[in-house]
Design a protein around this ligand. Structure first.
Ligand code: NDP
Length: 448
């Protein structure tokens, strides 16, 4: 018998009871479950096999102590996590986040989203996420190295090319991946390139991986705009954050003819009416690791708004690219009132449920992160392919593959939204496509 809305609500309540206090995890589960009734009606075997209940329970959760010494010789203790959520489609895959706000519930929400995102890419990868409450900000390279070595000393026994392949996320870029890979190699005595992605291209990293999440999100939004006869050409855009995803989102928007007038970091917003100078942002963030406020010292016609919201600035396209729940109902209302026609999530779950509802009611184009930012993990899977064949592809070839993958994800989400009676509802389309691919494999594998 297919299960209806009431049973889905009961399953959700059980998830909340069994995972107390993990609010972001509850939010991510609710968003997926709310869209699944039609697919459970179409495939009653998913209910028989209790796929939803099983999918909400991680296959394995690892929590560990990470002791390390700072530059003054003082002992520091952090907590490490790896949540291996689902491996029916391939080895666990998903980034590591180093940020003081990281709790188990944060990693679980990200790992849960990752299952469906990875399925959407069509690549053979399962879903996982990890990280630590360690804050790399303000730490010396030596301190970051010692932390990464201690983190990997424990984590290495749970990883492997065919088991679990982490990558970067907030606070984990090429520097951290380098230290983590070095320690993995030392612990295992194996040059196992495909055990981590986001590596430097000098030692096995894929070209385009650094750019992939931002570029991919812009490709996805470009496909959405096409469904309404629109494009990026001449559009005023705002991008939140100024990290990896934000920088390459800005770069691709500029290439497609848009103008980005604002970006931010956790301290405030830069508004530059004639257009953000991307070279300055790259120099400040990728090279000097400085605050975005310094941008206004270098460009006298730009304005720095301490503690401001990037969503107050009128735009036609908004790309949240910083962190979860950074765009609430009020911000969504302001964007709609100011004439925004499209929102593409580079970050994971950046819009609150109320914000999503407002976008959907206003019938503007809205791309959820699990579809729009899947280009990062898809290119990680391309990095694994290159490592497995000991090959290195050109930038152009890899970017072409990324573009094809994002176009295909858009097509699948859009066509599924039409098939299930909600044309242009990308939340429903993405959840149903991702869930169905995972659920079919779970049924096929039996009760494991
Ligand atoms: P980075 O660490 O490179 O940059 C994060 C940016 O967001 C920084 O500007 C940071 O500001 C800001 N930020 C982070 N946390 C907060 C916060 N709590 N409040 C306000 N601003 C904040 O991370 P990424 O660019 O890699 O990741 C950004 C988002 O994209 C995340 O949601 C991540 O999960 C998602 N994502 C990333 C992928 C990737 O390939 N890197 C792949 C798919 C999704 P500050 O420096 O001041 O903290």
């Amino acid at each position: 018998m297919p299960i209806g809305r009431e049973q889905i609500e009961q399953i959700y309540e059980q998830v909340v009871r069994r995972n107390p206090g993990e609010l972001e995890f509850h939010q991510a589960v609710k968003e997926v479950l709310e869209t699944l009734t039609p697919v459970l009606t179409k495939y009653p075997q998913f209910a028989e096999h209790k796929i939803i209940q099983r999918i909400c329970e991680p296959e394995r959760q690892i929590i560990f102590r990470v002791p390390w010494q700072d530059d003054r010789g003082e002992v520091q203790i952090n907590r490490g996590f790896r949540v291996q959520f689902n491996s029916v489609l391939g080895p666990y895959k998903g980034g590591l986040r180093f940020h003081p706000s990281v709790l188990l519930g944060t990693i679980k929400f990200l790992g849960f989203e990752q299952i469906f995102k990875n399925a959407l890419t069509g690549m053979p990868i399962g879903g996982a996420k990890g990280g630590s409450d360690f804050d790399p900000k303000g730490r010396s390279d030596d301190e970051v190295m010692r932390f990464c070595q201690s983190f990997m000393t424990e984590l290495h026994r749970h990883l492997g090319e065919y088991t679990d392949v982490p990558a970067g996320d907030i606070g984990v870029g090429a520097r951290e991946i380098g230290y983590l890979f070095g320690q993995y190699k030392r612990m295992t005595n194996r040059y196992e390139s495909a055990v981590l992605t986001g590596k430097s291209p000098h030692w096995g990293g894929a070209l385009v991986r650094k750019e992939a999440t931002g570029y991919g999100a812009v490709y996805f939004v470009d496909e959405m705009l096409k469904t309404r006869g629109e494009s990026f050409e001449g559009k005023v855009c705002v991008v939140s954050g100024s990290g990896n995803v934000a920088i390459y989102t800005i770069e691709k928007i500029l290439e497609l003819g848009g103008r980005v007038v604002a970006c931010s970091d956790s301290g405030g917003v830069i508004y530059h009416e004639r257009g953000i100078d991307l070279d300055t942002v790259k120099q400040l963030k990728e090279v000097e690791r400085k605050r975005i406020s310094v941008y206004a010292d270098l460009h006298k016609d730009a304005k720095y708004i301490p503690g401001g919201s990037v969503w107050d600035i009128p735009c036609q396209v908004a790309m949240p690219s910083a962190t979860q729940n950074e765009l609430d109902g009020d911000a969504a209302r302001r964007l709609v009132t100011n004439g925004c026609i499209a929102v593409g999530e580079g970050a994971n779950m950046p819009t609150t449920p109320e914000g999503v509802r407002i976008f959907q009611e206003a019938k503007i184009l809205y791309a959820p992160g699990k579809a729009a930012n899947a280009g990062g993990v898809a290119t990680s899977a391309l990095e694994m392919q290159q490592n497995a064949s000991r090959d290195a592809w050109s930038f152009e070839h890899t970017e072409r593959r990324l573009h094809e993958i994002m176009t295909e994800i858009h097509r699948a989400c859009y066509e599924t939204s039409v098939e299930f009676g909600s044309p242009g509802n990308y939340v429903l389309g993405a959840n149903i496509v991702g869930f169905t691919r995972v659920a079919e494999a779970m049924v096929a594998f039996g009760l494991i």
